[in-house]
Design a protein around this ligand. Structure first.
Ligand code: SAM
Ligand code: SF4
Length: 458
């Protein structure tokens, strides 16, 4: 195993591209509009750029690229925390071993069913299962919980896609995980800076930097071809981390022919029992968050970018315009809390406390199309098949109609008042579908949904 993030190369690139000229940055921005991505040196130039005018152009390019590839849809999901009992000592986390000594909790089948009932009742169709690392959270447990999630139904509603963010496992267990029917497997490196990683993860299985770095490779080997990677911003210099993320993308592309399905951009939030969480070693400002998201969108145009409720509502509304394609809404990080059955601590504080319905209303008012689409992985558009459509910008021909169909279903079943208020917006979105045949088929499917049909997609 080799550290493919190339620490020295990253430092050299950042040094070499210091104080870049606006002209050079503008050339790179123009190149990025061709939707082919940009290389590490070009990314380093943009990361080193502080000129406000140039940054505004980076932001508009990111917005344009996101629109060209995915259209104006934003996919919604909620995290479901299965546990808060952890054997690791990640110094930034509210679940670390020293913090959760007595009230550690692992949800039972019944408790998970209660949580899923509550989430379906809000209108959710996609969940991200999250768990701390503990011997009881093994593959047998995960299989049982994923089955419970998929089997739970409330009226017309059920969860159609389960993504998962849990500790890495071996290929044998990853194969079992794949067979449960999960969508994406997520694992964040937290920081790609080895020395910081070692200091921040003093004990437990997660203290092995290389094992974590190669977790996605093992998942890919087990056939999980939708992988999510990420950095916990605030632990080390964001410029270094963005370039390291890019090297991780390149590594996955070189070895498996396909890059990550998603990149997550969590930023440190206060967590109980952690002074690092409240005083990040490398604080990232709101302006820098905007820069990070826009540069990632430009650099890997075909990869989904996930933004969580760690960020507040005002900033999130701004960041949605810069290339984010998936968002959580109405989230809770305390196991058991959606069904009101909780006594435990959360992993970190949530800053966007809007309900799912409130987020959806705000999105529609800003001209975004909220989407609960789960069609890609159910029709086999995963891994390379997905990228073949995403890279030339063709995926939006599925995204746009599927967003409309799933949104209509949500409105009828969970938010009829909003359905009335945004009637005109919805019909203008149907008219925007460029292909006449797809437009007509979408209108027909929408009519069937009004007549009572459910779960229609392309
Ligand atoms: N325990 C598994 C692991 O660490 O990979 C599962 C994921 S953990 C519950 C989810 C993610 O939360 C971590 O990967 C980390 O990036 C993030 N996280 C931990 N502490 C945080 C904090 N104080 N603020 C924001 N995000 C945090
Ligand atoms: Fe455990 Fe994950 Fe928190 Fe680390 S980040 S203490 S592994 S839950």
């Amino acid at each position: 195993m080799r550290d493919f993030t190339n620490e020295d190369t990253i430092n050299d690139l950042l040094e070499k591209t210091k104080n870049p000229s606006s002209r050079l940055a503008e050339t790179i921005i123009q190149k990025s509009l061709k939707l082919k991505g940009i290389g590490p040196e070009e990314v380093a130039v943009l990361l080193n750029c502080e000129d406000g005018n140039v940054l505004n152009n980076v932001f508009s390019a990111a917005r344009q690229i996101k629109e060209s590839i995915y259209g104006n849809r934003l996919v919604l999901f909620a995290p479901l925390y299965l546990s808060n009992r952890c054997v690791n000592e990640c110094l930034y986390c509210g679940f670390r071993r020293k913090s959760v000594k007595t009230n550690g909790r692992v949800l039972t089948v019944k408790e998970v069913r209660d949580e899923v009932n509550a989430l379906i009742a809000q209108g959710h169709k996609r969940l991200l299962l999250v768990a701390a690392e503990d011997p009881t959270i093994d593959i047998d447990y995960l299989e049982k919980m994923i089955k419970t999630v998929y089997d739970t139904e409330v009226g017309h509603g059920s969860i159609k896609r389960v993504n998962i963010n849990v500790a890495p496992m071996d290929v044998k267990d990853f194969t079992r995980l794949k067979n449960t029917g999960i969508g994406t497997y997520q694992v964040f490196q937290e920081t790609y800076h080895r020395e910081s990683y070692t200091t921040l993860h003093p004990s437990g299985p997660k203290s092995d930097f290389m094992k974590r770095l190669y977790a996605c490779d093992l998942a890919q080997k087990a056939g999980i071809d939708d992988i999510g990677i990420g950095v916990l911003f605030g632990l080390y210099d964001y410029r270094f981390e963005v370039l390291a993320l890019l090297f991780h993308v390149k590594h996955l592309e070189n070895v498996f022919g396909v890059g990550p399905h998603t990149i997550s951009v969590p930023r440190l939030e206060p967590a109980h029992g952690s002074s690092i969480a409240s005083h990040p070693p490398y604080p990232v400002s709101d302006k820098e968050m905007k820069k990070i998201i826009a540069i990632l969108r430009i650099a890997v145009p075909y990869t989904g970018i996930i933004l969580s409720t760690r960020e507040n509502a005002t900033l999130r509304n701004e960041l949605f315009h810069l290339g984010v394609s998936q968002i959580s809404a109405g989230s809770k990080t305390v196991p058991g809390s959606y069904s009101g059955n909780t006594s435990a601590e959360g992993q970190f504080s949530i800053s966007d406390n809007r309900s799912l319905a409130e987020v959806i209303e705000d999105l529609a008012n800003m001209g975004f199309l909220p989407s609960f689409c789960t069609s890609c992985y159910r029709t086999g558009r995963t891994g390379e098949n997905f990228m073949e459509l995403a890279k030339p910008g063709e995926i939006k021909n599925f995204c746009q109609p599927n967003a409309l169909l799933t949104f209509e279903e949500y409105l009828l079943d969970y938010n009829p008042k909003l359905a009335q208020e945004i009637k005109d917006f919805l019909s203008s979105e149907v008219h925007k579908i460029p292909d006449q045949k797809v437009r007509e088929m979408t209108s027909k499917k929408l009519e069937s949904i009004v007549q009572g049909k459910r779960d229609l997609y392309f």
